[in-house]
Design a protein around this ligand. Sequence first.
Ligand code: AMP
Length: 413
Amino acid sequence: MRKRIGIIGGGQLGLMIAQAAHRLDASVVVLDPASDAPAFAEADARVVGAFDDIDALERLCEASDVVTYEFENVPGDILRHLEGKYNIKQGIAPLFDSQDRLREKDNARKHGLDTPAYTPLPVVKDGTPMEEKECQALTPQERMIQLGFAVGRMGFPCVLKTRTLGYDGHGQVVISGFEDIGKASELLSVPCILEEKVDFDFEASVIMVCNGQDIIHFPVARNIHRDGILDLSVVPTSGLQRDGRENDTCRRMTSACENFMKSCGYRGILAIELFVRGDRFYFNEMAPRPHNSGHYTIEGCTTSQYSELCHFLLDMPLRKPELIAPTVMKNILGQDLDSAKDIVAESLRGAGPGIEVSSSSDVVNAFCGEAGKGVYVHLYGKTQSRPKRKMGHMTFVPMTLDRFYSEWASRFV
Ligand code: AMP
């Protein structure tokens, strides 16, 4: 009997999990609130329902042998209820721990990872973090005073972030001087965390899969952001790997992350984002799902983050990934979509009888394939494109960052 994987969330991560599951001959059922969610195009069955719709979630779980999630903000109490009844193989602990930046960083420190200095805000007199209701009751002056004192202790520059529901730079403000405090203090209508702004050399991510016995990690990617959104992931990077092997900093980083995952007792997939400065590294955040920076593993590695997650879900042995060749992954945001389609159109021109592609407007928003030698294009099939929305990604293998900048970067916005 074919096993069926249930995926909570039908975005691009769900789509790529579903593609990997099909390659392993599993079937897939997906839940998402949007009837045009990208992963529905690949799913064998679909449930259209909200992430807090318990009936819809139960229908998904009942139709599945094993359930995973690509969406991180399913309410904790609902997940706990589902975990007691169904095979949510990763468990809900890593999801719950990642849903609140304060809990997440406390947990990282407790299990051996350094973090930037941080402090919760607003707080009551004894330093206990305020609940949301208490935050809302504060006056604008009280918020400014709370933030002013905390920044005084932390020093400039620092970053104020909402504890929940932040992503891609949303829900956070950099505080570089006194002039930023007034505006930033508006965030304090909800529980926040104030962090030291790390003057890092670069950002990196470690993606691991653990089945309780074996643990694997993918070659560590260097991540380059633009406006708080991932733009490029590059592997290998001179600060982490040399001659195809991890250097000492990289080895310490991957073993600290693996020890963290094992010490927390997490199973399944976990991505950890880090700031790297010299030979030190600091935990920024984690995600218990495939990670944007790991898209590169589909073509850049001998096995991908999606495949290994499916191996875990389907009780198959994990395989150690190896880098095939230097790789660069470029996120395709709304503003890059036409350029990516142009590249697809160029590669299809003259592809054969019956294929008439003369410009980007002949290419639809859904595409997955090679568009020129070593140039892989994934367009997720989202119907609405807008600036900063993740519409797809491209992976270049073999490719170095220098070559990407000289040969390709100018084709994008
Ligand atoms: P986050 O949502 O926490 O991943 O933040 C988005 C991006 O903002 C990160 O990838 C960093 O580029 C930047 N950032 C966030 N927190 C810090 C920090 N404490 N120090 C320096 N940069 C940060």
